[in-house]
Design a protein around this ligand. Structure first.
Ligand code: FE2
Length: 448
């Protein structure tokens, strides 16, 4: 491992020489960081049974295979499992760490109390405060191996404080973490005065996706209107769509049906994500069966935050209590794209959360009954490739020609990595380490 520095010195025949920017020194030899070749070797690559090493030039993977030529720098990955970085496709960065604020602690554990409490909390936030909290949240996520985040930013705020803060962060951090922003009307596109106009303004300011929350609008017709407007905005501004949709156990919340139909008509299903869709987990089988066929046709994506849904849903049930999740297993079995997400880090909706996608995956495969040996072997897709597909990230995956972005797990085998819920030991972006940590060791070995 080396650390990139802008300028350094080296000693030749007792004379100290200053190197120009862009050069580094390895074993007292100068290298131009833009043309040096480095080889990562001795690794097990997720979804790749033939390659054990690869060469990186100027941040891109240029060769993969075995017994590759010697390079300027060689990095032994010690047989560890590597994969593309974790993806968190649904997170509220403007809310992080507000869960313990005055008035932030919820009593009922419901979505609707969370929204009510946020209404008051957000009045006291300023851009500096949002940036500091969001940066700390991003740091937690990146330290767990995430390099791609889609964040819903509340635009039901006349000052658009949160959006201004996260737009700046997106730009400042773009070399280290990719952030997509959803222009999201937390208090409603119509339940909040001028909510629609604020969503549109968010898109003009640079948000990547149109957001909505139809189950929170004051009548079904108004929720439907918000879906129509969401699709119109996406077409008008050529943006992606990510809607908080049917985040309730109410089986009559069927806005997903309308969203799916409209994006299918426009041919933008692949650019569309349905976040939550909890009520689809409570729908009857005849309805679900018909809709799954239509989801396949539209190619719409689904995002499920397992811990958040399990925490917030089922609150009106006695027993049996519903799990509150979408039909993740059944959708995947039909070839529909589904991914997992964190959603909250200590906010008025959910007290916990730290960006650890291994924890999200572990909860998710339990809550969705996707823990057969075959399902476990490919379940990393739910926090990697499936999220990248939802976010339409083309430069993703360990393939020749793509950016050398990957994480190193503290295990060599896929099944064992999930069974042991292993940590991420390192995260590499464009061929350079974002961080690297040692394997945990005992101070006093266990004597059994
Ligand atoms: Fe959310």
């Amino acid at each position: 491992m080396f650390v990139k520095i802008d300028q350094t010195t080296m000693t030749i025949h007792t004379k100290q020489i200053t190197l120009p920017a862009g050069y580094i020194v390895i074993n007292n030899k100068p290298f131009d960081i833009n043309i040096m070749k480095k080889k990562f070797f001795n690794t097990n690559i997720y979804r790749n049974n033939s390659a054990t090493e690869f060469i990186v030039e100027n941040g891109k993977i240029t060769e993969m295979g075995t017994n590759l030529p010697e390079c300027d720098e060689e990095i032994d990955l010690k047989g560890k499992l590597i994969m593309p970085p974790y993806v968190d496709p649904h997170l509220h960065l403007d809310y992080v760490y507000t869960g313990r604020n005055d008035g932030g602690m919820v009593n009922s554990g419901t979505l609707f109390e969370g929204i009510e409490r946020w209404h008051y909390i957000k009045k006291s936030q300023n851009k500096k405060d949002v940036k500091e909290r969001a940066l700390a949240g991003i740091r937690e996520e990146v330290s767990h191996g995430i390099q791609f985040i889609r964040t819903h930013i509340d635009v039901t705020d006349p000052e658009l404080t949160g959006l201004k803060a996260i737009l700046e962060l997106r730009e400042e951090l773009k070399d280290k973490v990719t952030i997509q922003i959803v222009s999201f009307p937390q208090e409603g596109m119509y339940a909040y005065k001028n909510g629609f106009e604020m969503v549109e303004e968010g898109l003009k300011m640079g948000a990547d996706c149109v957001g909505a929350i139809p189950h929170f609008e004051w009548a079904r017709e108004i929720g439907e209107k918000s879906i129509h407007k969401t699709v119109e905005l996406a077409v008008k501004y050529n943006k992606m769509i990510d809607v908080h949709i049917d985040e309730t156990d109410d089986v009559m919340a069927r806005f997903i049906e309308l969203l799916n139909a409209l994006v299918m008509t426009e041919g933008i299903g692949e650019k569309t994500a349905a976040s939550h869709a909890c009520s689809f987990g409570s729908a009857d089988n005849a309805y679900a069966n018909r809709m799954i066929g239509l989801f396949k046709k539209s190619k719409i994506n689904f995002i499920t935050p397992p811990t958040e849904n399990a925490y917030l849903q089922g609150r009106m049930d006695n027993y049996p209590k519903r799990r509150g999740l979408n039909r993740v297993k059944e959708l995947l079995e039909e070839g529909i794209n589904v991914c997992f997400a964190q959603d909250s880090i200590n906010d008025p909706w959910y007290p916990l959360g730290n960006g650890n996608m291994m924890n999200i995956l572990d909860n998710g495969i339990h809550l969705t009954h996707m823990a057969s040996y075959q399902e476990i072997e490919k379940s990393f897709d739910l926090i990697t490739f499936n999220g990248a597909k939802t976010m339409m990230i083309e430069d993703y995956g360990l393939t020749i020609g793509r950016s050398a972005n990957f994480i190193v797990l503290n295990e060599s085998d896929v099944f064992e990595a999930i069974r042991k819920r292993v940590e991420v030991l390192a995260s590499v972006r464009n061929g350079e380490y974002l961080f690297k940590r040692k394997e945990p060791i005992y101070d006093l070995p266990l004597n059994l």
